[in-house]
Design a protein around this ligand. Structure first.
Ligand SMILES: Nc1nc2c(ncn2[C@@H]2O[C@H](COP(=O)(O)OP(=O)(O)OP(=O)(O)O)[C@@H](O)[C@H]2O)c(=O)[nH]1
Ligand SMILES: [Mg+2]
Length: 237
């Protein structure tokens, strides 16, 4: 297997971090925790765990700016350290660490980007209320319809990306912070002609800690999608 780094963004994930790192150990990946100076001490805990667990390193950022900037910083570090495959994953157990090998396998089998997908045959969402289901499914439908791409789960954040994809995309041009970041990254990969494959996953609502989802994150995704389409039509993506 080629060197793979999981970028794991954290903001107040003290309860989840250690169980998540231990659950990722059998996957044989490197894990880069990207902590935005969490007030609950997640960053210090990450340092302690990194000292104990050889496969873990930590990138500390000064302040919370949303998922997008945290991932971009993580990608740059992972690429500089020589990762061939870079993964995105939430640290709240919504994404099952046991699914990591399935994403790696999809890339080994020829995908440039493997997306953990809730909305293909075999994908599931557990214990989400109607409102969350509607926002998520509606968001993916909206983005798919406006962008005209065949991907069913555009807002998901469980991905495995080949380094060539991240090298080909203009990372400096990405300004999205929330769900829009996930949509934008996948769309830019598709525009560059890369092969995006959806891998069915089960998605579970978090048990520990609090969601960072906000109205601003949903609003950003709503206005960003037509902007992305316009940029693509103007030949700028
Ligand atoms: N470094 C960093 N991590 C973040 C930030 N916002 C969210 N995260 C992390 O990103 C992952 C996903 O965030 P969640 O709060 O679960 O948000 P979500 O998955 O979009 O929303 P829910 O489905 O409601 O949980 C978690 O590991 C968070 O700790 C941020 O601004 N900076
Ligand atoms: Mg979550």
């Amino acid at each position: 297997m080629r060197a793979a780094t999981v970028c794991l963004p954290t903001y107040n994930e003290r309860e989840n971090l250690e169980p998540m790192l231990r659950a990722l150990e059998p996957a044989g990946v490197h894990v880069l925790v990207v902590d935005d100076n969490s007030p609950d001490g997640t960053g210090e805990l990450a340092d302690r765990l990194a000292a104990e667990l050889g496969f873990v390193s930590v990138l500390h950022r000064e302040r919370k700016e949303g998922l997008g900037p945290a991932y971009l910083a993580g990608f740059r570090r992972a690429l500089a350290d020589g990762a061939e495959l870079v993964l995105e994953m939430d640290c709240d157990f919504s994404h099952d660490p046991a699914d990591v090998p399935r994403l790696l396998a999809a890339v080994e089998a020829g995908a440039d980007v493997a997306l953990g997908s809730r909305y293909v045959e075999g994908g599931r969402i557990e214990n989400w209320g109607l409102v969350r289901r509607f926002v998520s499914a509606g968001g993916s439908f909206y983005a798919r319809a406006l962008l005209g791409v065949p991907v069913r789960d555009l807002t998901g954040g469980f991905k495995c990306i080949r380094r060539e994809v991240l090298e080909a995309i203009d990372l400096d041009a990405i300004r999205s912070r929330g769900y829009a970041f996930q949509i934008e990254l996948t769309y830019r990969a598709l525009r560059k002609g890369f092969r995006v494959v959806e891998v069915p996953i089960g998605f579970t609502d978090r048990v520990e800690g609090r969601s960072k989802m906000s109205r601003a994150i949903v609003a950003e995704a709503i206005w960003k999608v037509p902007l992305l389409r316009a940029q693509a039509l103007a030949g700028r993506l």
